[in-house]
Design a protein around this ligand. Structure first.
Ligand code: ZN
Length: 155
């Protein structure tokens, strides 16, 4: 016999329907946008992500004209408690490392550095975030985090 049994076919159909259903119910990508300017400012002081978002896709636009080596901006997500240490470590890393300490676990998510007219994105899972934890976003270009910072709320 070369025919497959009806029982086996039914089992395949059930497996795959269930799989597709649970995947679409679980995944929710939430998008955020923020802009950086030649005046060393982000256009938002606060970003928030709802607790049911499973992933965040953030777009950073540099709306100015100045080059990345003069007025570069990135978007870096940190625990509030890590802001000072990571911005200091980032400064030492230099532009070619996007002013981020390589492999630093305190960096929860980060874009590369962009210059005027450019934009960049980062996508990350909210499984790295805890509700109730205090998070901040900063730009780690040297000297920028004093002005370029804001609060990031999850949940
Ligand atoms: Zn900046």
């Amino acid at each position: 016999m070369t025919f497959r049994s009806p029982i086996a076919l039914t089992a395949i159909a059930v497996c795959c329907l269930l799989g597709a259903g649970s995947a679409s119910a679980a995944a929710k990508v939430c998008t955020l946008e923020i802009a950086g300017t030649d005046a060393m400012q982000f256009d938002k002081k606060e970003l928030s992500v709802a607790a049911d978002c499973t992933e965040v896709q953030l777009t950073l636009k540099h709306t100015g004209k100045l080059a990345a080596n003069v007025m570069g901006h990135n978007w870096v997500l940190l625990k509030a408690a890590d802001v000072t240490a990571v911005s200091t470590a980032g400064m030492a890393a230099g532009l070619e490392k996007n002013y981020l300490p390589p492999g630093d676990k305190r960096v929860l998510a980060a874009t590369k550095i962009v210059g005027g007219g450019q934009s960049t994105q980062v996508k990350f899972s909210t499984s790295i975030l805890k509700q109730g934890e205090a998070y901040m976003f900063i730009c780690t270009f040297p000297g920028h985090s004093a002005l370029m910072k804001g609060t990031f709320k999850f949940g």
